[in-house]
Design a binder for this molecule. Sequence first.
Ligand code: F6R
Length: 369
Amino acid sequence: EKAGYASFMLKEIAEQPKAVADTLLGRIDGSGALSLDEVRIPPQVLREVDKVVVVACGTAYHAGLIAKYAIEHWTRIPCEVELASEFRYRDPILDQQTLVVAISQSGETMDTLMALRHAREQGARVLAICNTNGSTIPRESDAVLYTHAGPEVAVASTKAFLTQLVACYLVALYLGQVRGTKYGDEIGDVVRDLSGISGAVEQVLGTMDPVRELARSLAHKKTVLFLGRHVGHPVALEGALKLKELAYMHAEGFAAGELKHGPIALIEEDLPVVVVVPSPRGRSILHDKIVSNIQEIRARGARTIVIAEEGDEAVVPYADHLVRIPATPTLLQPLVATVPLQVFACELATARGNEVDQPRNLAKSVTVE
Ligand code: F6R
């Protein structure tokens, strides 16, 4: 039941620190190494993988887009991510050395199921990342890594998304560990950072009042844009999807670097634009580029809503609204940056009088193609 929350969605947003912690539980041993014996694909087979292909739909697809950055960085194995509904109609190139990762909360999404069947027919190994024990997708896969988000009732996915990200990071790090890559040391550090991430999500949840207030003040708007770079790009796509499905508003996510190739023409006076800013530490080039993007859109009248790490002072002069998130390594930032976008969409939808748990025209699990 809703346990005192006004909606399942609010409850599920609040449950995210626990969902994240539960998904990590038992998967990191005392020495900080990953122990994913439950993934019953022999290490020998994983060492021979020469391509990873992620297939998923909707929010799970956004998790896959983020997984690509992690997998390619930590394993140096080429990774493609494809919408499950497009995948098999393209005659994709697959063989025994291909690892297909199928991500699905419900485990019953027909598009994803058909994609994995197609992959197995071509001889590829399929690893499912799934939240529902014993559902069809893990049953038909070679191996499964369960997310432990607990039942997700609200149609719009929130806690399942965060746990899909955790599972994707675990798979990427595990592949890196099994294969031994030049990022071996980094892997140990990231595993430690991952262990602290549930607390960081909790911290974000404790600072959401201004985001709610902002969302209510924008309830009359027609359009909201979302910008990001690197892993912030899929986060922007996810923020836009949440707003479409819950608030029934026109929302679009863009790669900030693409702005000047077209979308900047959309910017007009007082248009709300949410910008996900990468950490100024780490790959600081990304950060500097996005600060100039914020300047560009603000000069054209956009109302900038900036999601930036604590201590990032460079964004302050250009942020009409500033949302602070805790410092994390670049690749893990989606785990904290997505949370304000979920809260924003949920509150905005509520202010518009929408039923957030059951958005119009949508079903929790899409069992038709
Ligand atoms: C968005 C949403 C959908 C699902 C998609 C895949 O909030 O819930 O986009 O993410 O239908 O569903 P699963 O993960 O069950 O395969």
